[in-house]
Design a protein around this ligand. Structure first.
Ligand code: C2E
Ligand code: CA
Ligand code: CA
Ligand code: CA
Length: 280
């Protein structure tokens, strides 16, 4: 049915489920979403666990659809990846983050580093680093202000290529993080060959700190110690409870991100939050 072009609709009824239909609709509507300003970027602060001071933020894409309301990234990003639209959308996210950094600097707000998620499609672009650097430099932003996150499973696909791409990011002055760490079932040793600044421990392990206290602690402790040995920062993702935060502190985990201290904030609210941090 996929190859049949404009006759595709004929094949809809029995074989195509609602999710396939939804995919088509989302893909179609995404095209207009960018042009019509339905996309936005929210910013979730990251904190040092020791003193709860601000350590940075992560940019997270949002889509407010005029009819369907808010559509979660986990629904529309896979669609944009399959259609290739993620490349254009990804460029746009980088521009928005540049704009935020310019705004922060113009307002005398803290000169934090902002992390941006890269999809597998973006990461595999041959000219990715040059492409990003063009955008960042023409916005007049220093590369040190940005970090790029790739998931562990993307990093593992082709380790030589991953290693080379990460080296290139580093050579241009950008920091790199491994996202969703612990979900890829990879040996921990491979991390050594990447020049990674930060490891982000997946939420599932943070939740495990409440549920299976002993095993949960052992797992996170292993990741934290590994990161220490390799001179990387560790960020715990999805921290929702005081208990999780206390246990992370006891394990000497560096940083945390999660609803307990802050949800992702729309641009204006994020700037307001930073004004508070800066005591302005
Ligand atoms: P991620 O990179 O692992 O981002 C963290 C996700 O966890 C975000 O979901 C965030 O809102 C959520 N989160 C943060 N703290 C908590 C918490 O305490 N509890 C819970 N339950 N969730 C928490 P979000 O914004 O829905 O994004 C989902 C995924 O979509 C991201 O996962 C990332 O893989 C992808 N994504 C988001 N923005 C972009 C983007 O600009 N580009 C690309 N390629 N992917 C993006
Ligand atoms: Ca991320
Ligand atoms: Ca993550
Ligand atoms: Ca995730």
């Amino acid at each position: 049915a996929k190859q049949s072009g404009r006759n595709t609709f004929r094949h809809f009824e029995p074989s195509m489920n609602t999710s396939a239909l939804k995919t088509l609709i989302l893909q179609h509507d995404l095209q207009r979403a960018l042009e019509e300003g339905q996309l936005s970027v929210s910013f979730q602060p990251k904190f040092r666990i020791a003193d709860r001071s601000l350590s940075g933020a992560e940019a997270l894409l949002r889509w407010h659809h005029p009819d369907l309301g808010d559509i979660p990234p986990l629904e529309f990003i896979p669609v944009a990846e399959r259609s290739g639209q993620i490349i254009q959308i990804g460029d746009w996210v980088i521009k928005e983050v540049c704009r935020m950094i310019s705004d922060l600097d113009a307002s005398g707000l803290p000169a934090i580093q902002i992390a941006i998620n890269l999809s597998p499609i973006q990461f595999n672009l041959r000219d990715l680093v040059e492409r990003i650097d063009d955008i960042v430099r023409s916005a007049g932003i220093a590369p040190e202000r940005m970090m790029f996150e790739i998931t562990e499973s993307v990093a593992m696909q082709n380790m030589d290529k991953t290693s080379a791409t990460i080296q290139k990011f580093r050579a241009f002055g950008y920091d790199m993080a491994i996202d969703d760490f612990g979900t890829g079932y990879s040996s921990l040793a491979y991390l050594q060959q990447f020049s990674i600044k930060q490891i982000k421990v997946d939420r599932i392990f943070v939740q495990g700190l409440d549920v299976h206290e002993r095993e949960g602690l052992a797992l996170v402790s292993t990741i934290v110690n590994l990161a220490r040995a390799l001179d990387m920062d560790v960020v715990a993702e999805g921290v929702e409870t005081e208990t999780q935060m206390e246990r992370l502190a006891s394990l000497d985990c560096d940083q945390m991100q999660g609803f307990l201290l802050s949800k992702p904030l729309p641009a204006a609210a994020f700037q307001q939050f930073l004004s508070g941090v800066a005591g302005l």
